[in-house]
Every structure is written in C-alpha cells, then in structure tokens.
Ligand binder design. Structure first.
Ligand code: ZN
Ligand code: ZN
Length: 351
C-alpha cells in the first residue's frame, strides 16, 4: 500500500510503498477514511532534529484519524470488523495514574507506551496510508456515534479535541456574562469558537490577522471579531466593559499574541497557551492582572474525545475541511504553509 512517510527530519514527506500491517494481540487495523493534516506536522518537517524527541523518522504521518475496523488481532473483544471508529491519538502505557483516567497525553510511564511521548503519526505509523495499526485498540479506538462519518470525525480527534480540552478546563469561569477570546482562527481556533458557543454562555471574541479567518469566525458563531494589531486590545477591553476577558485561548502562541492575551485578560482569568509558535511572555507580579492563571495545554483526554464526537453527532461541531486524496497530501501541507487553507485539510486514503 502507499503511505506518506517522513523519512528524515527537516525534509518533505515522501509517498512510498510499504507492506500492509497485520494485527498482533490486542491490536486493530483501521481502514483510514480521513487523516487530518496538522500544523504541527510542519514543525516535524521543518524544525525538529535528532535528539529533540525520544522518537524520530521514518514513520507514516497523520495523527488525527478515523476510519473503519479492517481486521482485529487475537484477544480483541468489543469491536467489530466494519465498525466506524475514531483513533484516540496520544498513546500512553495504559496503567499509570494519568492513563487510568484517560489522560494518556501525560502518561507518567512513557517507557511502557508503544513509543515514549508519541503515537501513530508521531514516531509510529499514522493514518496517511490506506491502513493503520492501532495498539491496545480497545483503549485507543472510540466507536463513532450515529450520524458521524470518518471524514468528518478525523479532524475532531486533534483539531477538535485540543480546543475542547482547553475550553473544558475553564468552564467554571465561562459563566453567563463572561467573555472568551480566541486568538488565531485556523484549524483549531474555528472549532474552539464552535465549542465555546455550544458548551458555554460566554461572549466569544475572535482575533486574527486575516479577513477570511475573521469571516470564518463569524460563520462559526463568534459574537465579535477583531483584527490583530494596533487597537486590538482596546477593542476587546471596550467590548467587555473595560473588565477584560475571563478566558483567553491563544491558538498561535507567538510573542505578540501572548502579550495581547496578557493585556486583555481579566483579573482571576485564564490565559491558555495552545499554539506552539514558541513565543514567550514575561511573568512577574506586575506583568499580568492579579490572579490570572497562565497554562499550556496539550491535546486532550479519551473521555473528552467521546464528548467531542457526541457534540459533532448532535450537529453542534463541524470542522471546515478540504479533502485531498493521498496522492496530493503534500499539496495540503504546502497550502497550509502558504496560509491558503480554510479550516482543516483532511487526507482521504480510502476514497
Ligand atoms: Zn496535531
Ligand atoms: Zn501511562
């Protein structure tokens, strides 16, 4: 079968021929319906190098996947061939305290995981191929709820789950009368806006530099849009009666977006850094409003993935996506690099 593989760091992935995987005990093979192209893959191709991570190339890209069970290894019960499923992407050891509650993102026994700190498409073979092997499949596969197909579900496993996790942890602050600011309306941000609208009563303000991204924000339910740059902080302050935003979700994470977030946060608010642009923010007694909590988040938990898929099945969450056949997967990344993608790119190896 064909697979889009990263063969070495700092290179474009290559479409190559590989052997079809066969499932061992506890494993499943998934026929991939959709594999989302994530911005973090560009970091894998452009910036990472040997020694930075406990894993490395070669491997097949694609860490947001959904499809149908193609075959099951021995000792697997509870799943059926042909069943539509989403793949929970972060693969931990399954037995540590974090993994026991479904937070495999922060597995504390990485030596016991299939690959330390990674998963399919992140060190092991991912979904940009017709078939994908999923280890410990009863833990790492979530059956799709009625009405949700794999192409629609795939981007939700990362681009939906990551903002869901970030929003959910701030739910207690997103009461009626509160304001949430979403910085960066890309693959994650446009879903973050929908998640805020579907699960909270807060006013949602979207910030981006691109007019088309702000138009997408409005389409996704944002109550107000603000062009990044001069005047943005004043506009947000004015829209909150001078108080500031209870929760700021920064899906970019650059010096300038972090500075904006710290400027517009309300006292006792949350500033959550999701984007991996690598900016930094000086934190001191005087640099942020009193009792503002600043945190990073990474991906999400398995129970949260169940909730995200449910939200989508209810019609309240939909990834704007452009599909690409596997043969043109590289075009998707190049379009992303040029800032020409609206929403998410989904590779469809089985179409
Ligand atoms: Zn990702
Ligand atoms: Zn673990």
């Amino acid at each position: 079968m064909k697979a889009l593989r990263l063969l070495e760091w700092k290179s474009d992935p290559v479409l190559t021929e590989v052997d079809e995987p066969t499932p061992g005990p506890g494993e499943a093979i998934i026929r991939i319906g959709g594999a989302g192209a994530c911005h973090s893959d560009l970091h894998l191709m452009r910036e990472f190098e040997g020694g930075l991570l406990p894993w490395g190339p070669p491997f097949t890209l694609g860490h947001e996947n959904a499809g149908w069970v193609h075959s099951l290894g021995p000792e697997v019960t509870g799943l059926e061939v042909g069943q539509p499923v989403a793949v929970y992407g972060p693969w931990g050891c399954g037995t540590c305290a974090r993994c026991q509650v479904g937070t495999e993102t922060y597995c504390e026994n990485p030596a016991g995981a299939p690959v330390p700190g990674g998963g399919g498409g992140l060190g092991l073979d991912g979904g940009m191929a017709e078939l994908m092997l999923v280890p410990a499949c009863t833990r790492h596969l979530v059956p799709l709820p009625e009405g949700l197909d794999p192409v629609a579900a795939a981007p939700l496993t990362d681009a939906g789950l990551t903002p869901y996790h970030a929003v959910r942890r701030s739910w207690p602050k997103l009461v009626p009368g509160s304001t949430a600011v979403v910085i960066g309306v890309g693959g994650l941000g446009h879903l973050g806006i929908q998640i805020l609208e579907a699960t909270t009563a807060s006013q949602v303000i979207a910030v981006d530099t691109r007019p088309e991204a702000l138009a997408l924000a409005t389409e996704c339910g944002a109550d107000m849009t603000v062009t990044a740059g001069e005047g943005a902080a004043e506009a947000i302050r004015a829209a909150t009666g001078g108080r500031g935003a209870d929760v700021v979700l920064d899906f970019v994470g650059s010096d300038s977006t972090l500075a904006l977030g710290a400027t517009v946060a309300r006292t006792v608010g949350d500033l959550t850094i999701v984007g991996i642009a690598g900016g930094s923010l000086p934190v001191s007694f005087f640099s942020v409003p009193y009792e503002v909590s600043i945190q990073t988040t990474y991906w999400g938990t398995r129970p949260e993935l169940v909730e995200v898929l449910e939200l989508a099945a209810q019609g309240r969450l939909r990834a704007r996506a452009t599909t690409f056949p596997l043969e043109h997967a590289l075009d998707a990344y190049h379009a992303m690099e040029d800032g020409k993608l609206e929403g998410r790119a989904v590779i469809t190896p089985s179409s």
